[in-house]
Design a protein. Structure first.
Length: 488
């Protein structure tokens, strides 16, 4: 275990890395204009798109959220979590399409502004976009808090310290250099974090005695855990967990500005699509390391060989804290912190960008200058960071947040994507479907506990209302008007 007097100084050392990156970016003159700050001048190559999106997996939330999935759902959880990768493969197609239609967009919400010109729908999408980025950031900061709890052995207030450090670091970092800084840092972090993640997982398995030792222990506690825990096609996992994972991949991802700002910053539509395609390959294989250890922890916990954890998110860091030497724990700390820095920063920037461009400029000051937009963006990022800290200061399950994220976006996805290909799709049916679908889905999720099915029902309600309403009262959008947005 790492005591706080060691954890905090190490964190401070790791904090110096993005500070150095920030200064380098400043000296090289990467960030000179508002366009540089928000969309990296639309010059991001495919390799950086891939590395950045890959780092969005190495969130603390995904490393430990995937372990929590196997901890809670057994061996079925080891293969279900990697299905998140399907979202990236499909998103690459959508990203290429929107990048081609609006090559100089700042947010995906700009599409709703250009395509529909419906203020209530625009406000609804902005609200949902802010919630999605906030929930994404919450996933990461809670993971940082749970990491501190696990590595410190459950010292009081360790969780809160982790949340504060990751949030404040991300705030200071992203306010200064914007998207360019986040992209450069996450590209550098990814190259090291992927290697360190593999080392920590492999060493932890070695410390446990390998799969054989865990299997022997599993045989002694099989009655206690039940047959479903060892079933690859566990009914509860297939009903509750798999649909929720696929729902996030298919319903939340297309409506999350964190990802869109990377796609829109690409140097071409092909770079955007290929970057997400390659990142999806990494996303598919990387979770198996963490899920296998989450599965192992539950077995060891049932055998009384490790202490019970408050939430499954703490299983992975607790395992590392119990069975590995200090240097491995430091590597793991780097993986989580470096991931949180880039990805929390991107989530905060996404919220600030949406507020400045799609609320402030759209409804408050239509003639806002670049300087004013930049100032509002930075202030918004700071306010969102405070909201983030207040929202996560009390421990919560990372996996629960990940599963809830797609719910309010699912009813809007069908209309959003369909509107890129069909001019008859209308705005008011999308608006109505978004509200009704969310209301029904929220009841199923929160009251009935039907996590996965709630997402699917919300999606089809939203899509059904959108299609039916649009067929009754069609719009006649002329896609040729988009040519004016392709010229600078």
């Amino acid at each position: 275990m790492l005591p706080l007097e060691i954890l905090v100084p190490i964190t401070v050392v790791f904090i110096s890395i993005p500070v150095i990156v920030t200064q380098v970016i400043r000296r090289l003159g990467f960030v000179k204009t508002l366009e540089d700050f928000l969309v990296a001048k639309h010059l991001v190559p495919m390799s950086m798109v891939c590395a950045t999106v890959t780092s969005l997996y190495i969130w603390g939330s995904s490393v430990m959220g995937s372990a929590e999935g196997a901890y809670g759902f057994g061996i079925a959880g080891t293969w279900i979590y990697p299905m998140y990768a399907a979202g990236l493969w499909i998103f690459g197609l959508w990203a290429s399409k929107l990048r081609a239609l609006l090559p100089f967009a700042v947010t995906y919400i700009d599409w709703f502004k250009v395509r529909f010109k419906n203020a209530p729908l625009l406000v609804l999408v902005v609200l949902y976009a802010l919630l999605t980025s906030l929930f994404g950031a919450m996933c990461q900061t809670t993971a940082a808090g749970h990491m501190y709890t696990g590595l410190s052995g459950g010292i009081p207030y360790a969780y809160q310290i982790g949340v504060l450090l990751s949030s404040v670091l991300s705030l200071v970092y992203i306010v200064t250099v914007g998207l360019w800084g986040s992209l450069v840092a996450t590209w550098a972090f990814t190259n090291l974090a992927m290697l360190f993640h593999a080392i920590t997982a492999a060493y932890t398995w070695s410390a446990l005695g390998g799969p054989g030792a865990v299997i022997e222990t599993a045989a002694t506690v099989s009655d206690k855990l039940g047959p479903e825990f060892f079933n690859l096609l566990s009914p509860s996992a297939l009903i509750l967990y798999l649909p929720a994972v696929l729902a996030w991949a298919l319903f939340s991802l297309p409506m999350q500005q964190d990802y869109w700002q990377v796609a829109l910053a690409a140097d071409s539509s092909k770079s955007a699509g290929r970057g997400f395609l390659h990142a999806g390959i990494w996303w598919f294989f990387m979770p198996f390391l963490a899920t296998s250890l989450g599965f192992s922890y539950r077995i060891l916990e049932a055998a009384g060989k490790v202490p019970a954890v408050a939430v499954g998110t703490e299983a992975y860091p607790t395992l590392i804290g119990l069975f590995t030497p200090t240097w491995v724990q430091v590597l793991f700390l780097y993986v989580i912190l470096s991931a949180c820095v880039g990805t929390v920063g991107q989530a905060l920037l996404a919220m600030g960008t949406v507020i400045a461009n799609n609320l402030y400029k759209q409804f408050i000051n239509k003639n806002a200058t670049d300087k004013q937009i930049l100032r509002v963006t930075r202030i918004s990022v700071a306010v969102c960071a405070i909201v983030l800290i207040l929202s996560t200061i009390t421990p919560i399950s990372t996996l629960y947040l990940l599963l809830f994220m797609p719910l309010y976006m699912a009813p809007l996805v069908g209309g959003f994507l369909l509107s890129m290909w069909r001019g008859w799709v209308s705005s008011w049916p999308i608006f109505a479907g978004g509200i009704i679908g969310f209301a029904v889905g929220a009841y199923m999720f929160l009251v009935l506990g039907l996590w996965g099915p709630s997402m699917v029902v919300a999606f089809f309600i939203g899509l059904g209302i959108t299609v039916l309403g649009s067929l009754i009262k069609k719009e006649h959008f002329d896609f040729s008007v988009l040519e004016q947005y392709k010229r600078r």
